[in-house]
Design a protein. Structure first.
Length: 238
């Protein structure tokens, strides 16, 4: 290829990069406007800035420790009402990078997803994980590494449940909760260190999905038995 051809390819590359950059900027701007409007509607504060300390604050949630160059952005924070109480909530977008492939095919991949984190009013709430059962869970089960099973075979087949306090898990996931989870089919419910995190770890949500997730969390806690809430409030449930 002669010099003129190389210059033409370079110019085309620059033009394509500029067009891609423009549309990416417009999409980011539109996203910021939509998230700002959501914050105003919910009475929360909003920041489009990248927060590189998020992964440290919520390090107990494994997905916030993946990869490198991690940061939260388009962040909403403030108090929302859950089960009759005003509790602190943080939600928005998160990104991290990984290196994939080998040799000449090695590349950097950026991953983005949305999340909702609720600071529970009861800091001593036992850890609890509820997520859809996957292929590796079935393989682990074959080697005796089982999750918590329930009387509902349909639920036990569809969901993986783990908690250091099995009684707490059974008390929370009673028949009405089982029916609620089967009907709504959440991806992940992760309670750790007195905080609840909702995310699928792979997709950016539309603004309406944040509101829907917050409403789901409110309904989820609405299924918790009164005696559990009383024990948590009194600090006798560990």
């Amino acid at each position: 290829m002669d010099g003129a051809g190389q210059i033409l390819i370079f110019v085309i590359f620059v033009i394509v990069a500029a067009i891609s950059g423009y549309f990416a900027h417009q999409a980011a701007k539109k996203r910021q406007e939509a998230m700002s409007a959501l914050a105003a509607r919910l009475g929360m504060s909003y920041s489009p800035a990248h927060d590189t300390s998020h992964d440290e604050e919520y390090a107990h949630f494994e997905l916030f420790r993946r990869g490198f160059e991690r940061s939260a952005f388009n962040t909403l924070s403030g108090r929302i009402e859950v089960s009759g109480q005003r509790v602190y909530c943080k939600m928005g977008d998160f990104k991290y990078k990984t290196r994939e492939g080998t040799g000449k095919n090695r590349r950097t991949v950026t991953h983005r997803f949305s999340y909702l984190i609720l600071h529970l009013p009861y800091p001593n709430t036992p850890d609890l994980l509820i997520r859809r059962e996957g292929m590796f869970d079935k393989l682990a089960s074959a080697f005796g590494k089982n999750d918590i099973d329930f009387e509902s075979a349909e639920f036990s087949k569809k969901f993986f449940v783990k908690s250091p306090n099995r009684k707490f898990a059974y008390d929370i996931i009673h028949q009405r909760t089982i029916e609620f989870l089967l009907e709504t089919n959440p991806t992940v419910v992760d309670i750790e260190n007195g905080r609840l995190c909702m995310t699928d770890g792979s997709r950016i949500w539309q603004p309406a999905q944040f509101e829907e997730t917050a409403a789901w969390v409110d309904s989820f806690f609405g299924h918790w038995p009164d005696f559990i809430l009383k024990d948590l409030e009194q600090g006798v449930l560990q």
